[in-house]
Design a binder for this molecule. Structure first.
Ligand code: 13P
Ligand code: SF4
Length: 308
């Protein structure tokens, strides 16, 4: 079995030979983040996918993210090193579910979180990520009903921030939903000077927010910006544990405490150095989107990228 440095050398060689780019989400394993050309949140990854001139995109993330890259780049090869890397939140909504919802709410504008399948995006008017959901909803015409899917906690955050009533899908991410308010308050008791960085997908946010003087919800990339500019030296990171890797890398002079060691997305961790090397070697497994779905799904993604 080759050691890790040999696998990294193979990845370097293959990346050059195949004119490939490796883009990784902030929740990826430390060794995967270390070989990536770009590490970021869903919005940043979509932007990178939209502008890359590589022939091959290796997506170190989950399936809906690779699909978004494939929608934006129909002529490129998009690889997801383990096709089982799904998303429990994306699994809470289907295209038929959105069609039925629209029938029940004629004239409504459908805003879907990027954590959805391509065929759900194809039924949507706008896409959003945690980094721009508030901005997207603020940009919608005021007199139109808004149907927001699938994350009910992100929706609650958008409603709080915009003051706009929305019809909300009843979805959640199993990792973020499982973070309890007492996980947060226990860490606050242990680290009284630490600032909170909370992801809007967290179920705990609804209870915790009422106790805070100011809003402390950030997309994963927003957490990096906040940690850089805040006067605080310590932060409790209320999201998936991989985020601590990215924060420690980018803001090494500060301390980051995971809210819970068990807040771990098993889908994100399916991507490894070995399967990245194998994907580059074999140019498999690929993620493709049928042309009719791609054309329709591109519309809400491009609207999102144009706004925020
Ligand atoms: P971000 O867009 O904030 O990175 O979130 C994506 C995600 O899947 C969170 O669970
Ligand atoms: Fe999906 Fe949750 Fe994993 Fe993010 S952390 S990819 S929302 S299952």
């Amino acid at each position: 079995m080759p050691d890790e440095s040999q696998i990294r050398a193979d990845i370097e060689r293959l990346r050059r030979e195949k004119n490939a780019v490796i883009i990784a989400h902030n929740y990826q394993r430390p060794e995967v983040q270390a070989v990536a050309d770009y590490v970021g949140d869903s919005l940043g990854l979509s932007r990178q996918a939209a502008k890359t001139d590589a022939d091959v995109i290796v997506f170190a993330g989950v399936h809906f993210m690779a699909e978004t890259a494939a929608i934006l780049n129909p002529d490129k090869t998009v690889l997801l090193p383990d096709l089982r890397a799904g998303c429990s939140l994306a699994d809470t909504v289907t295209a038929q579910g959105i069609r039925d919802w629209k029938t029940q709410n004629p004239g409504g504008l459908v805003v879907t979180y990027v954590n959805t399948t391509a065929d759900v995006k194809a039924e949507s008017d706008y896409c959003c990520t945690s980094g721009n959901a508030v901005q997207i909803v603020q940009n919608l015409p005021a007199d139109v009903p808004v149907l927001f899917a699938p994350d009910r906690f992100l929706a609650a955050h958008v409603i709080r921030e915009t003051g706009r009533a929305m019809d909300v899908w009843d979805g959640a991410c199993h990792v973020h939903e499982a973070i309890r308010p007492e996980d947060v308050t226990d860490q606050q008791a242990a680290y009284p000077d630490a600032e909170l960085l909370i992801h809007p997908e967290c179920g705990c946010s609804t209870k915790i927010l009422g106790t805070l003087p100011e809003l402390q919800l950030y997309s994963t990339e927003g957490m990096v910006h906040r940690a850089r500019q805040s006067a605080a030296q310590e932060f409790i990171v209320v999201t998936e544990t991989g985020m601590v890797t990215r924060l420690e890398h980018d803001v090494p002079e500060k301390t980051f405490i995971p809210v819970s060691r068990t807040a771990c997305c098993e889908y994100m961790k399916m991507i490894t150095l070995e399967n990245i090397r194998d994907a580059l070697e074999n140019l498999q497994p690929r993620v493709t989107v049928p042309a009719d779905i791609r054309e329709k799904a591109l519309v809400p993604i491009e609207r999102m990228l144009a706004i925020g």
